[in-house]
Design a protein around this ligand. Structure first.
Ligand code: XIL
Length: 356
C-alpha cells in the first residue's frame, strides 16, 4: 500500500467511525426523548428558584421501581400523601409509627429532594381512638400538643415546610365544623402554629386549603383569618393553595395573582401544594389540551409572584391518583399517563419553565 492509499484508509475509517457515532447518538436521543426528557422539571424549576413537587403514595413507592425513577428524575420536593396523617403516624394513644415516612425521607435525601410535611391538624383521617375516645377539652389539647411536638420534633431540621392546619374554613367562609373546633374551640388554630414553632423554629409553617385561589367568600375568609393570626404574632409563614381543579372551574391567572399578592402584603409565602386537573372520562384531545392550559396558567401565576415558592402536584401519574375513587366518572388528572409517558400538560409546564 502506498502512502496515498494508506491516507485514504485511515481517513475513510475515521469518517465512518464519526458517522456511526453521530448516528448512534441521534438514535439514542430519539429513542430516549419521550422517556427521559433532556431537562427534567426539577432542573428547569431550579432556574427559577422554584421547587417542583409531587405527593407520594407510600405503598406504590415501595412496590413500583418505575414510579420511584420518574419521581427522583422530575421532582425536587415530595409530600407523603398519607404517611404523616394522624391515623397513620399516631395509630394508638401512646404509639407513633415513623417507619413509612422515614423511608420517604431517606429516598428524598439520597436524591437531593426536599420534603413537605402533610398534615398536622385536619378533620380527615383521624384514628378512632381519638374521635371515639370521649376525651375532655383539656385532654384533647394535651393530645394535640403532644402530637405536634412529637411529629415535628422527630423531623426537626429535616422537614423545611409543614402544613400545620388544613381546611379550617368552610365554603361559606365560617370556621369549619370540625372535630378540632368542636373539641378545643377556635383557639386550636393559633395553638397548633405555636406548638409547631416550638418543635422546629426553622420550619416554614403553612395554612393549607382548597378553593381559595379564585374570587370567593372562602378565599376572603382565609385572608382574614391569616391577617388576624399575623396580627396576633402567631407564627404562620404561608398559605398552601391546594388547586384540585377541573378545566371549567379553574380560577383565572388574574384571580390567582390577586390572592398571591394580598397574601404577600401580609408577609406570607404561597405554595401550590396539591395540584391536579381532573377531566371527565374518557378524555379526548381537546380536554387534554384544556388541562395543559390550566397547568401552564397556574405555573405562570406562580412564576410571576415573588412569594410563590413551590409548585406541587397531588401524584404525578394517572396510574395512581386519588381522583377516580373520590370523583366518580373523572380522572386523567396528572401530567404523566398511566404508562409514565409525558402528557400535553407535562410539555406545557416544560415550555413555560424554559422561558425566563
Ligand atoms: C387524599 C389522599 O390522596 C388519599 O389517598 C386518601 O385516601 C384521602 O386523602 N386534600 C388533602 C389531601 O389535603 O390530604 C387529600 O389526600 C386530598 C385532598
Amino acid at each position: 500500500m502506498n502512502e496515498r492509499q494508506e491516507m485514504h484508509r485511515i481517513y475513510g475509517a475515521r469518517r465512518l467511525r464519526r458517522l456511526l457515532t453521530f448516528g448512534a447518538l441521534f438514535l439514542t436521543s430519539c429513542v430516549q426523548l419521550p422517556l427521559a426528557p433532556v431537562a427534567p422539571l426539577r432542573a428547569l424549576g431550579a432556574q427559577h428558584q422554584l421547587l417542583i413537587g409531587a405527593s407520594v403514595d407510600e405503598a406504590v413507592f415501595q412496590r413500583d421501581a418505575h414510579y420511584r425513577e420518574v419521581l427522583a428524575r422530575e421532582f425536587s420536593i415530595l409530600t407523603p400523601e398519607n404517611a404523616l396523617k394522624f391515623e397513620r403516624v399516631h395509630p394508638a394513644p401512646d404509639r407513633y409509627d415513623f417507619r413509612r415516612p422515614d423511608a420517604l425521607m431517606d429516598f428524598a435525601a439520597s436524591h437531593h429532594m426536599a420534603v413537605h410535611g402533610h398534615t398536622l391538624v385536619w378533620d380527615g383521617q383521624l384514628p378512632q381512638w381519638l374521635t371515639q375516645g370521649h376525651f375532655s377539652r383539656t385532654q384533647l389539647t394535651a393530645i394535640l400538643r403532644d402530637h405536634i411536638h412529637t411529629v415535628v420534633g422527630h423531623y426537626r431540621g429535616r422537614i423545611p415546610l409543614w402544613d400545620v392546619v388544613s381546611e379550617a374554613i368552610d365554603d361559606d367562609g365560617k370556621l369549619r365544623d370540625s372535630f378540632w373546633l368542636r373539641s378545643i374551640g377556635p383557639d386550636y388554630i393559633a395553638l397548633a402554629f405555636n406548638w409547631a414553632y416550638e418543635a422546629d423554629p426553622h420550619a416554614r409553617l403553612l395554612y393549607n386549603d382548597y378553593g381559595i385561589a379564585g374570587d370567593n367568600r372562602k378565599a376572603d375568609a382565609v385572608f382574614r383569618l391569616l391577617r388576624d393570626l399575623r396580627g396576633q404574632h402567631v407564627p404562620v409563614d404561608g398559605v398552601g393553595l391546594q388547586m384540585h381543579l377541573s378545566p371549567n372551574d379553574a380560577p383565572t391567572v388574574r384571580q390567582v395573582r390577586r390572592n398571591m399578592m394580598r397574601f404577600e402584603s401580609l408577609g406570607l409565602e404561597v405554595d401550590i401544594t396539591e395540584m391536579d386537573v381532573r377531566v371527565r372520562l374518557p378524555a379526548n384531545g381537546t380536554e387534554l389540551a384544556q388541562q395543559a392550559r390550566v397547568y401552564r396558567e397556574m405555573l405562570d401565576a406562580c412564576l410571576a409572584a415573588p412569594n410563590c415558592k413551590s409548585f406541587a402536584l397531588w401524584g404525578f401519574t394517572d396510574k395512581y391518583s386519588w381522583i377516580p375513587d373520590n370523583f366518580p366518572g373523572w380522572g386523567n388528572a396528572l401530567i404523566f399517563g398511566p404508562d409514565f409517558q409525558p402528557k400535553p400538560a407535562y410539555h406545557a409546564l416544560v415550555d413555560r419553565l424554559r422561558r425566563r
